[in-house]
Design a protein around this ligand. Structure first.
Ligand SMILES: [Zn+2]
Length: 416
């Protein structure tokens, strides 16, 4: 009788057969923590990464020579909205004005969102979120900001709460009552309303974050400060839509308040980025948005990294930038933004987790973290950036459960 083979520890799930496992662990010198072996999962958490030969499980996912990495974290979205701006988009790409009656701009979407009603709002957002999960996203930030009145802002945040219960994805809810001024509104009165709403949202636990669109024609520096401080007092961590179309000077405010993230950054100076880096504020890069609006000054994300900031990546899905795929964001971050594949993958996982204050729970494959992982049927990490416009994700595991599996899983060695 041999004692050579010890009893293997039983766990819920094993992932085996990967060409590479990318842990994206914080200290990884190559940014993505490329390793061989697999992942062992039990009780919804990761119990081993790399050598898993001492574990056994009933459920084994064979990655079939593909790549395993943490589920994507989408750090900035406006996924809950009513209506569509396809007519506006089509007109703008052709250099024309949108046709009469088309839904145009944030205030157009505001009208469509108010008219949609809670059920339709939830169903439309759920369809987009399911698509995001199928594309490998396991954590999504979701903002309000298309209601711009008490009833619809609260309804949007309540939709986040309901969707969190119904869908296999983690939602981080953000109050963005300060997305724009409703048409015809008295600005001072509207800022007062947003402050009161921030207090209510914090008290009722309807969001984690309070965000403000600080830009010319939107909320100025003083209004931004007042709203963010009210949010902070109510327990909502600050985020800022910063310098997308004009230089606002709000970077110093974000650093002073210890914002969790600053997003857009198109016109933020290098000195400000360095200050934000020293303050530990993450920077969110949204290459699909810069593309969809044909931004005159797209962000060069390498400036954010050079400044010592944690770089995050997001789809920014909204009526002006309709994409559910973090893979597309990665592809654009590399080709349009000049990031290396490793930099982009790191930003899409641990970087984005940092931009949601969740880097201790998600964003990397490390023992003790939430077992959110995906399998892609490509032979190398480089292929994730290289194979444009295809959904390379075949399996999505969230909290240790398979929540999406494409069927049948093609083999990466088959050249298509
Ligand atoms: Zn936004």
């Amino acid at each position: 009788m041999s004692t050579q083979h010890q009893e293997r520890a039983r766990v819920d799930l094993l992932v085996t057969g990967a060409a590479e496992v990318l842990t994206c662990a914080a200290g990884a010198a190559d940014l993505i923590g490329s390793t061989s072996g697999g992942v062992a999962v039990d009780g919804g958490l990761i119990v081993a990464v790399g050598d898993i030969s001492s574990y056994a499980a009933e459920l084994v996912i064979d990655a079939r020579g593909g790549i395993v990495l943490p589920g994507f974290v989408d750090a900035h979205t406006h996924v809950v909205f009513g209506g569509s701006r396809a007519q506006e988009y089509a007109a703008r790409v052709a250099g024309r004005q949108p046709p009469a009656g088309a839904v145009v701009g944030i205030t157009g979407t505001m009208t469509a969102t108010r008219a949609a009603g809670r059920d339709a709002l939830r169903k439309q957002a759920a369809a987009r979120l399911r698509e995001m999960v199928e594309h490998g996203t396991t954590t999504v930030e979701s903002k309000s900001g298309y209601g711009l009145d008490t009833e619809t802002e609260i309804a949007t945040l309540d939709t986040n709460r309901v969707l969190q219960q119904q869908l296999p994805v983690d939602l981080a809810s953000t109050f963005l009552g300060a997305h724009a001024f409703p048409p015809g509104a008295d600005q001072a009165a509207y800022v007062d309303l947003v402050v009161r709403l921030a207090q209510r949202v914090g008290a009722e636990g309807l969001a984690e974050f309070c965000d403000v669109y600080c830009d010319e024609g939107y909320f100025d520096l003083a209004q931004t400060e007042r709203i963010l401080r009210a949010g902070l007092e109510a327990g909502l961590a600050p985020k800022v839509h910063l310098d997308a179309y004009s230089h606002t000077g709000a970077a110093a405010l974000a650093a002073e308040l210890g914002a969790t993230s600053v997003d857009h950054l198109n016109l933020t100076t290098d000195a400000e980025l360095t200050m934000l880096g020293e303050a530990g504020v993450a920077g969110v890069y949204m290459p699909c948005l810069d593309y969809a609006v044909r931004h005159p000054q797209p962000l060069d994300p390498r400036r954010v990294l050079d400044a010592g900031m944690e770089l995050a990546l997001a789809t920014d899905i909204c009526p002006g930038c309709w994409t559910t795929s973090m893979q597309l964001a990665i592809q654009m971050a590399c080709r349009a933004g000049g990031l290396s594949v490793a930099q982009a993958l790191r930003a899409a996982t641990l970087g984005s987790a940092a931009a949601l204050g969740r880097a201790d729970r998600v964003g990397s494959l490390e023992v003790g973290k939430q077992a959110d992982l995906i399998v892609l049927d490509v032979p190398s990490p480089e292929d994730i950036a290289y194979r444009l416009g295809r959904n390379n994700v075949t399996t999505v595991v969230r909290r240790g459960r398979v929540v999406h599996e494409s069927n049948p899983a093609p083999r990466p060695e088959e050249t298509r």
